[in-house]
Write a protein that binds this ligand. Structure first.
Ligand code: 5GP
Ligand code: ZN
Length: 142
């Protein structure tokens, strides 16, 4: 895609701190380094977001996540954890519209990173939970 910053990074038109590359994916340091070693893994092929993936490419990209995760862990043995995040669409904090997976190593509670999972269990009856599950189940592609 001509006007995509990550396509330009993949094509070496814009410099990046490369971590890993093969025929399907490219991994490089996120410029903001939320924590040391914060890495982005992207498909070389332009895919806007998770909704656009063909199953084969999805498999190829997601299969590389543990490979890069283990490399970060070995590079920084002081790492205590790793958040893997994939934002899709603007409301969900996607700001670059070439799909990418964030690997954010965690070193301690004072990391410049936070994530909040609310607990709204009390808002749903078991019937409502059944209904929600059914609605999604009906739409799962065969
Ligand atoms: P998103 O907000 O879409 O989930 O993540 C996009 C990420 O891309 C951000 O964390 C941002 O720091 C990173 N980013 C944006 N432009 C560049 C760039 O030119 N080079 C690198 N290495 N990272 C970038
Ligand atoms: Zn792109």
């Amino acid at each position: 895609m001509t006007d995509c910053i990550f396509c330009k990074i993949v094509d070496q038109e814009i410099p990046s701190y490369k971590v890993y590359e093969d025929d399907k994916v490219y991994a490089f340091l996120d410029i903001t380094q939320v924590t040391k070693g914060h890495t982005l893994l992207v498909p070389k092929e332009h895919v806007t977001d998770i909704f656009e993936y063909e199953p084969t490419l999805a498999g190829e990209v997601f299969a590389r996540v543990p490979k890069v995760a283990r490399a970060i862990e070995k590079a920084f043995p002081e790492m205590q954890g790793l958040n893997i995040i994939n934002n899709n669409k603007e409301l969900a904090y996607q700001s670059v519209f070439h799909s990418h997976i964030h690997l954010i190593p965690r070193y301690g509670k004072s990391d410049d990173f936070s994530i909040h999972f609310g607990n709204n269990q009390a808002m749903y009856s078991s019937e409502e939970m059944q209904e929600i599950a059914k609605k999604i189940k009906r739409q799962v592609e065969k």
